[in-house]
Design a protein around this ligand. Structure first.
Ligand SMILES: Cc1ncc(COP(=O)(O)O)c(C=O)c1O
Length: 371
């Protein structure tokens, strides 16, 4: 591991990722396999480390958003099939072929351009169907047939078909059901027009946790592999017990007692009402601790303490519940004694989702891995 010289770090428990994958696998049908989704540096957890753990836990394949992310995994010596779920420019397809990376296709024009390239071997592709997400993918049977016609060209090997659900994590499943119907309609047309076997995959975490019997050859397991529930609805249902893998830790770098009336940080937005103990923590918005977290809590010596005053680029201040020492552990995300700050709590404060909290911890914070 690279040396680091600061008092803040992200700790990743790889054993929890292993546990989460095994929990999920238990609920899946025997014939359903797992894509471990490790895009965005493994949702901030570290793509290479998570990928290796996921493969050891039984995931057969990896999925990312970008070609660059796939190449990074290959260069780390990971040999399982890797799917890029986003669009790769036609001009970059030869690079994907060289690294044996599977690409996503869904545009006639893309297939026409790639067909013109001199590829050393066919590019393996998965055809994306937009059954109701409204992002990328073919939508109609006309588009499907147009794409299939071009996919017969020797430049392509159509290995898989996939779609993505927009609302599988919600209480109201009307839209999810309509996506299933749309998928089935396209599938009937596909099967009449394509003889070779392909792999089908539809489910993200929410769909595969809640409806394992509606899944096909693979599921794409992202957020829940990291031990986080896709939404409050799924968390409440608790179809699977999950253990969060990530905690964010720091240490107090300064402690002082202030007089009533003392103001703290930029803009002097916080004024001590009584004599107070104020601690300083070496994390700031350059580390992903957004300024909107002013007023939320972290743990020191097992107690919740409020973040007071504006969060700076590299530091923020706390109102301690009692005197503490320089060097005392500060837990921004994770457990201390009986208390826990979950990513969901920070997400609620920032009016966002736990996915964004995991991704927002910047690369300036070192990641350390424990079993
Ligand atoms: C196409 C696709 N599949 C699967 C996933 C994984 O979703 P989740 O993290 O909810 O499991 C994502 C993530 O956004 C995605 O974009």
């Amino acid at each position: 591991m690279k040396e680091f010289y600061r008092d803040s770090w992200v700790e990743i428990k790889l054993a929890h990722i292993d546990y989460n994958i095994k929990q999920l696998t238990k609920r899946l049908r025997k014939e359903t396999n797992i894509y471990a989704v490790v895009k965005a540096n493994g949702y901030g957890h570290g793509d290479i480390e998570v990928a290796r753990t996921a493969i050891d836990a039984g995931a057969k394949r990896l999925a990312v958003a970008l070609l660059d992310e796939a190449i990074k995994l290959r260069e780390a010596g990971i040999h399982v099939p890797i799917l890029v779920m986003g669009r790769v420019r036609p001009a970059d397809v030869p690079v994907a072929v060289k690294y044996e990376i599977t690409l996503t296709c869904y545009q006639k024009e893309w297939l026409e351009e790639v067909r013109q390239l001199e590829l050393e071997k066919p590019v393996t592709v998965h055809l994306k169907w937009d059954t109701g997400m409204g992002r990328i993918g073919i939508r109609s049977t006309t588009e499907l047939l147009d794409n299939l016609k071009l996919l017969k060209h020797k430049a392509f090997y159509l290995e898989g078909i996939f779609t993505h659900f927009a609302t599988a994590d919600e209480e109201n499943l009307g839209h999810f059901e309509s996506q299933l119907v749309h998928f089935q309609r396209l599938r009937e047309v596909f099967e009449k027009n394509w003889q070779e076997k392909v792999l089908f995959h539809t489910g993200n975490s929410a769909a595969s946790m809640r409806f394992p019997d509606k899944m096909f050859d693979f599921v794409r397991f992202g957020i829940s592999m990291y031990g986080l529930y896709p939404s409050p609805t799924v968390k409440l249902e608790q179809p699977i017990d999950l253990k969060p893998a990530l905690s964010l830790q720091s240490r107090l770098i300064h402690v002082k007692k202030v007089e009533p009336g003392t103001t703290i940080s930029y803009g002097a937005t916080y004024t001590a009402q009584t004599e107070e103990w104020i601690g300083t923590v070496p994390l700031g918005y350059a580390d992903g601790i957004r300024r909107g977290l002013q007023g939320s809590e972290v743990l020191v010596n097992g107690k919740r303490c409020e973040i007071v005053g504006r969060i700076c680029m590299d530091q923020f201040m706390l109102r301690l519940t009692e005197q503490a020492k320089v060097g005392d552990l500060v837990t921004v995300i994770g457990k201390q004694d009986q208390e826990e700050i979950e990513m969901d709590e920070l997400a609620e404060k920032l009016e966002t989702i736990n996915y964004e909290i995991a991704c927002m911890i910047s690369s300036r914070v070192p990641r350390i891995y424990v079993d």
